[in-house]
Design a protein around this ligand. Structure first.
Ligand code: FAD
Length: 436
């Protein structure tokens, strides 16, 4: 493969991280984004989910700091809030309140702030080699025989490229684009918990200091389907995101929103927002199914094209994994480009699949607890694993070491299989014996 020019389609989290990696490997990188980017940390229509709570787990932040050294400082200087996790949060798990162990550092901020921080760094670092085409759209792939030679733009031009990266999110048209080159559609897996978000920003009341900085009240399926999160953000604001599975969608009407908050498993979140000053309307979002396109299983694949991020695998966002998986996939892209160039695209699709595997197991395993979840039903193994995970969660509430292991898995620092290590098994069994 020549390394003259790479094109990234989509300028959201996956696209920004991919472009950063590609700048180390190609003479020129073009980033094509349908929206025009806002001047600062502001909402744009192409990322409608940015009006909802976005938690960036440790692994994601670590990778972003590696790719853009100093980005944490930029976020903190712009007002991001530092939390100790779970010490600074009241966290109601399905098995009760989590012990307030001091295990991890977490930064919380709005999603537009993170995009702005990465985008400004990318454009500064890529000053000579990066070309940002805003307000333009890729409408298809330009073929060279069975391979990809570039992209077609809505503006009418064709842009040639040695590598094209699809980072267009859930609405990716890659299956249709590949079909025009004669490739079959990838097998897909859908696990839809029929979950909907509703979110609103509030001003944190002056002098508010109840001994916690964030609230996370989880559902306890199958009995309860509602989850609520209240997290601090830059600008002295809280973001409050309420969600419900099994079509018990978070409501966007004022009265119903408060009633939904009151119906969570504990009134603490409702009591915090009841008299707080709202700073925004309430916004809903329902496109939350776990959706995986198995490009790695296709028998043939074009040279010059890869798919990553939500375009390849999107998760029910309630577990906060999408941005971190995008970051892990960006690292995988870097590794593939440093290795033997033969068969790069197929190797990368296999790595994308592997990067998403742990997060997929966590998200779909949890979602299959809801009887309404639409999926090809899995059998005994999911039920057995979930029964064991219930015990891990209960043990993690009182045992700091089990809690640390569980957080490692949730934060994508360890594989879910690590919860089956002899150390964790022994502590979970000990907790069970004590309870008995
Ligand atoms: C409600 C909600 C809450 C979430 N919460 C979290 C969380 O707490 N933690 C977390 O890690 N993740 C969370 N996520 C997931 C996270 O938002 C995504 O995983 C993340 O944005 C990565 O997505 P992406 O960049 O692959 O695609 P997207 O963010 O969907 O971006 C796709 C981009 O491509 C552009 N585009 C599309 N088509 C074209 C085209 N043809 N030409 C040019 N440009 C195009 C779009 O305008 C957009 O900018 C949440 C998601 C939702 C829906």
């Amino acid at each position: 493969m020549n390394r003259d020019h790479a094109v990234v389609i989509g300028g959201s989290m996956t696209g920004l991280l991919a472009a950063r990696v590609l700048l180390d490997h190609f003479d020129r990188v073009s980033l094509v984004e349908r929206d025009r980017f806002p001047a600062g940390a502001a909402f744009r229509p192409g990322i409608p989910q940015s009006r909802h709570l976005h938690v960036l787990w440790t692994r994601g932040l670590e990778i972003m700091e590696d790719l853009f050294p100093g980005v944490e400082k930029t976020l903190l200087a712009a007002g991001a809030v530092e939390l100790r996790a779970p010490a600074d949060a009241l966290w109601l798990t399905p098995a009760g309140w989590r012990g307030r162990f001091d295990l991890r550092r977490l930064l919380t901020f709005s999603r537009p702030l993170l995009d702005w921080a990465l985008r400004t760094r990318l454009t500064a670092e890529g000053a000579c080699a990066l070309d940002v085409l805003e307000g333009n759209e890729v409408t298809g792939l330009a073929p060279r025989g069975p391979d990809v030679a570039g992209v077609r733009l809505r503006s009418g031009e064709t842009m040639t490229a040695d590598l094209v990266v699809d980072a267009t999110g859930r609405s990716s048209r890659a299956p249709a684009w590949l079909a025009t080159l004669g490739y079959p559609a990838p097998p897909e897996t859908l696990v839809d918990p029929l979950l909907g978000y509703a979110s609103r920003f509030y001003a944190i009341p002056d002098g508010f200091d109840p001994g916690w900085k964030a609230l996370y009240l989880q559902a306890a399926p199958p009995a309860t389907r509602r989850t609520g999160g209240l997290f601090p953000q830059e600008g002295g604001r809280w973001i409050c995101s309420l969600s419900g599975a099994g079509r018990d969608y978070g409501p966007t009407n004022e009265e119903a929103f408060l009633a939904f908050a009151k119906g969570l498993r504990d009134p603490v979140l409702y009591e915090a927002i009841r008299d707080a000053e709202p700073l925004s309307p309430i916004t809903g979002f329902r496109r939350t199914a776990n959706h995986r396109r198995h490009y790695e299983r296709l028998p043939a694949w074009p040279r010059g094209f890869v798919v990553m991020g939500d375009a390849a695998c999107a998760f029910n966002p309630i577990y906060g994994q999408g941005m971190s998986v995008a970051a892990i996939s960006a690292l995988a892209l870097d590794r593939c480009l440093r290795e033997d160039p033969a068969d790069l695209e197929r190797r990368f699709q296999r790595r994308v699949a592997r990067s998403a595997a742990g997060a997929w197991l966590v998200a779909t395993g949890e979602d299959l607890r809801y009887p309404e979840t639409e999926a090809a039903r899995t059998g005994l193994s999911t039920r057995l694993i979930n029964a064991y995970v219930d015990r891990v969660v209960a043990a993690a509430n009182v045992d700091q070491r089990v809690c640390a292991k569980l957080l490692d898995v949730l934060a994508l620092s360890s594989a879910p299989a690590s919860l089956f290590s002899p150390g964790v098994l022994a502590r979970v069994a000990a907790k069970r014996l004590r309870s008995a």
